[in-house]
Write a protein that binds this ligand. Structure first.
Ligand SMILES: CC(C)(COP(=O)(O)OP(=O)(O)OC[C@H]1O[C@@H](n2cnc3c(N)ncnc32)[C@H](O)[C@@H]1OP(=O)(O)O)[C@@H](O)C(=O)NCCC(=O)NCCS
Length: 205
């Protein structure tokens, strides 16, 4: 049984969450954690909401293990992930089942093997959740992790094993932990048009 003050705080946080959810969700939703109740009491107020969350966790676990992209796309759409046309999801990709509705994969993007997209995060004292958008034609490198409330720009590339904790500009290549811009869009375009010999091309003798 909650104390009256804690009950009021819980109701206030539930209302704040409902307003954030009804809005455009462009900014992350954050909460301070309290000892009196769990964040789940704010986000999943009813018995059925909790069971639904657990069911999504189970279905997400199943979808992660499917080796074929079209079937993965089908399952993740059922879970609420917004997925455009010609999206490829490699084996081992983890799409956060906590709030999959917050993930948007635009047309033609490519999620490399074992990469992870998070929509929520706990710390010892706080909680945050936010929308992740992967832009048209963007590539997330293998085993990279994308933090909640981040946008990956159109035709951007995230390097292998990176941690993306802030927005990636359109056309940029980023890498590292935390990810930093390795190449800007202009540089990518210049290199794309330059007549650079391929690494696989042997020098003429
Ligand atoms: C990021 C990536 C695209 C860069 O490739 P590239 O354009 O050939 O770049 P280079 O190899 O010339 O490296 C350029 C610089 O970025 C650094 N770099 C490359 N990949 C990096 C990574 N994942 N994390 C951090 N730094 C990285 C290099 O060390 C180099 O640094 P330097 O200039 O100080 O020497 C490539 O390394 C990569 O991660 N590709 C994986 C794509 C992928 O996983 N696709 C989906 C699955 S198939």
């Amino acid at each position: 049984m909650l104390k009256p003050d804690d009950q009021v705080r819980l109701e206030t946080e539930r209302r704040a969450f409902a307003m954030w959810w009804a809005g455009n969700r462009s900014q992350p939703f954050t909460l301070e954690r309290h000892e009196a109740y769990c964040v789940c009491d704010v986000l999943f107020p009813s018995f059925f909401a909790r069971r639904r969350m657990e069911w999504r966790g189970l279905f997400g676990w199943f979808a992660e293990r499917i080796p074929f992209s079209p079937l993965k796309v089908f399952c993740y759409r059922r879970l609420g992930v917004k997925i455009g046309r010609d999206v490829f999801i490699a084996p081992g990709v983890v799409l956060d089942p906590f709030y999959p509705e917050l993930i948007e994969l635009e047309d033609g993007c490519f999620l490399g093997m074992g990469c992870r997209i998070m929509t929520h995060e706990y710390t010892a004292t706080s909680f945050r959740m936010g929308r992740v958008r992967v832009g048209r034609g963007a590539v997330i490198g293998g085993w990279a992790t994308v933090r909640s409330a981040v946008r990956i720009g159109t035709k951007a590339t995230v390097g292998l094993n990176s941690l993306v904790s802030e927005d990636v500009p359109d056309g940029a290549t980023v890498g590292g932990v935390p990810a930093r811009v390795l190449k800007e869009k202009a540089q990518e375009e210049a290199e794309g048009t330059a007549s650079r010999p391929s690494r696989n091309t042997e020098e003429p003798s």
